[in-house]
Design a protein around this ligand. Structure first.
Ligand code: M6R
Length: 612
């Protein structure tokens, strides 16, 4: 997630901007830059890489940047690879601008502006926004009016900080669906994406409301509504220390990232739905007839990403009736998989740098098979080397245990399944649109409802702290969910657990069930509910202690013979896996946290596994 800082005051802005950017480093970034407005107008310095590299560039003899007013940015790439030219701030004739968010209609904006004589140097949506505001400014001559007019045209999410050559000492800011705060310190005033960036200067801040432009000057901040009338914003106070502030007030990154799932899904899905409300990938092989040529699909990944592949297999086979194999990337090339010319290999990876996944991709390419990657980190190796890439827009995931990245991988695989099923005539256009609509609008709400069960889930988790072994059981797609629920619990709680297809237990493993053995039963499929209930009875009659995680519909229509039930709010069974996922992720989180483990950095694990 990009980070924004802006400072205007009595002092040189550069140290304030660099200090603010450093305090936002936890958000993850691949490039950084600042712009300052001095005697000779606006100067920018930006670079791919870390803030140290930016500072080195600023201190080099070839570069001179100064001014009492400036804006800074750390970029987490969403449009265009990490590079100097794609870094922010972006320059237009009369202004420099920083942006956090996604501008969905940037293509349209570009076309309109090209007709007006504008050229573009970067691949970013942000440069289009900068030049649109510039265009409005030339017409209206007033920064606030220009920002309002441009944001009427822009669709998507944005937090914008803008400085104009003609208005030295002033920063203008606006936001929609991306965070931005405004603050007044003793040496000057600030804008920032998040509280840590201003904590060294003040603990009081305004959370900028949507539809309001903030004008930040060296000794005052003011706010204007759409009619350019002054408006008030509520002053807030924070008691956090810097570390807590970086986690948004949550005790760990993992629980913060679980709470970010609704937003991550909204961003990812909305970036891949066309104006006709159908999936749109911007890739010829996937959007047109091309996608229907694939006869076999292989999903290849590691760990949590591979488990997202299991969900994808279920949904693709169910909606599109195309066979899907799911492979562990470290095994893929060694089993010499049978790959045909009409096959598609999908690589899933949060980091895009997992060595086994990269090797599997290269193996598939060496066999001449079309490769599609679903990756969270823009410009990563898997993204660069695959024939086409769909980015998940989860923002940086800092906790080693993957949570929001899994949910958005599943969301993109659902979209892929809808597109494939529609192209193959397995579902009608109306059905495809309705499914897209549910994915975009209902799924985030199901997750939000599950997040509200936090106390209940924590209390359930508190009963599992002293066990050494645990089983997750489910059938159909629920058995795929169990694999991820089990991994999540294992990696951060250090409790051994196994995921089992409920019907398979009786073929051997049930001998491990004895008095008090904990079993968690995941039940989202009503067509399999009775079979699951039989499975629960089988383990209960051997003494198991059962916790069921299920949907309202199943809980209301069946008597589940478990000691405890957690019911997630979800009215559409097809999408219930998202709500259940959030539930078992929180369960694992609370078990780990209550055991006093280092939740975000579990022992022996690394975030990105770049060795075979
Ligand atoms: O970056 P990737 O998605 O390729 O990483 C794959 C796995 O290493 C990763 O999902 C791992 O299993 C996580 N620790 C799970 O939480």
């Amino acid at each position: 997630m990009c980070g924004i800082i802006g400072y205007t005051g009595m002092e040189d802005s550069v140290p304030y901007l660099l200090g603010g950017l450093r305090a936002l480093e936890y958000r993850g970034y691949d490039s950084a830059g600042i712009a300052a407005c001095g005697k000779d107008g606006i100067t920018t310095v930006k670079t791919r890489g870390r803030i140290d590299a930016l500072e080195e560039k600023i201190n080099s003899s070839s570069c001179k940047i100064e001014g009492h007013c400036g804006i800074g940015h750390t970029r987490w790439a969403t449009h265009g690879a990490p590079s100097d030219v794609n870094s922010h701030p972006h320059r237009a004739e009369n202004l420099a601008l920083v942006h956090n968010g996604i501008i969905e209609n940037y293509h349209e904006i570009e076309e309109t502006l090209r007709a007006e004589g504008y050229d573009f140097v970067s691949d970013t949506d942000t440069e289009r926004a900068a030049k649109l505001i510039d265009h409005c400014f030339k017409k209206l001559g007033d920064p606030i009016k220009a920002i309002f007019e441009a944001t009427e045209i822009i669709r998507g999410s944005y937090a914008l900080g803008v400085i104009f050559d003609a208005h030295p000492g002033k920063i203008f800011a606006i936001r929609k669906d991306s965070p931005l705060i405004v603050a007044k310190g003793k040496d000057g005033c600030f804008i920032a994406s998040d509280i840590p960036a201003i904590l060294a200067h003040t603990k009081d801040y305004y959370q900028l409301s949507e539809g309001v432009v903030a004008l930040i000057e060296s000794d005052k901040v003011s706010f204007f509504d759409k009619n350019i009338n002054p408006t008030e914003q509520k002053l807030l106070h924070v008691d956090f220390d810097v570390e807590k502030a970086q986690k948004g007030g949550f005790p760990h990154f993992m629980i913060k990232e679980i709470n970010e799932e609704p937003e991550a899904i909204r961003k990812t899905v909305s970036s891949r739905i066309s104006e006709r409300s159908l999936p749109f990938f911007g890739v010829d092989m996937l959007d047109g007839e091309g996608i229907s040529k694939f006869k076999n699909i292989h999903i290849v990944a590691c760990g949590t990403a591979m488990h997202a592949g299991l969900i994808g297999k279920n949904i693709i086979e169910r909606l599109a009736r195309v066979p899907v194999n799911v492979d562990i990337a470290s095994e893929f090339r060694y089993r010499d998989p049978i790959l045909g010319k009409d096959d598609l290999v999908i690589l899933l990876s949060q980091s895009g740098e997992t060595a086994d996944t990269l090797a599997a991709l290269r193996h598939a390419k060496s066999k001449g098979v079309y490769t599609l990657s679903i990756v969270n980190v823009i410009g990563s190796s898997v993204a660069r080397e695959s024939d086409s890439v769909l980015y998940t827009l989860a923002g940086p995931e800092i906790s080693v245990a993957s949570t929001k990245a899994y949910s958005v991988q599943c969301a993109l695989l659902y979209l892929f399944a809808i597109r494939l099923a529609y192209s193959l005539g397995k579902i009608s256009e109306d059905e495809a649109k309705a499914l897209c609509n549910s994915l975009l609008h209902d799924v985030p709400v199901y997750i939000e409802d599950t997040l509200k069960l936090s106390d209940e889930i924590k209390s359930a988790a508190s009963e599992y702290l002293d066990f050494e072994h645990l089983f997750f059981i489910g059938r159909g797609i629920d058995s795929a969910l169990c694999t991820e629920a089990s991994l999540k619990l294992k990696e951060i709680s250090y409790i051994h657990s196994e995921a089992y297809a409920a019907g398979e237990l009786k073929h051997g493993t049930i001998s491990l069930i004895s008095e008090g053995t904990p079993v968690i039963a995941i039940m989202t499929s009503s067509s399999l509910a009775e079979k699951m209930i039989s499975g629960i009875r089988e383990v209960k009659s051997r003494g198991a202690k059962v916790l069921a995680i299920t949907t309202k519909e199943i809980a209301e229509n069946y008597t589940i013979p478990s000691e405890e039930i957690i019911t997630v709010g979800c009215t559409d069974e097809l999408f219930a896996p998202f709500a259940v996922t959030t539930c078992f992720q929180m369960f694992a989180y609370f078990v780990s946290a209550l055991r006093g483990n280092d939740v975000d950095k579990p022992r022996n694990l690394a975030k990105s596994v770049t060795v075979e």
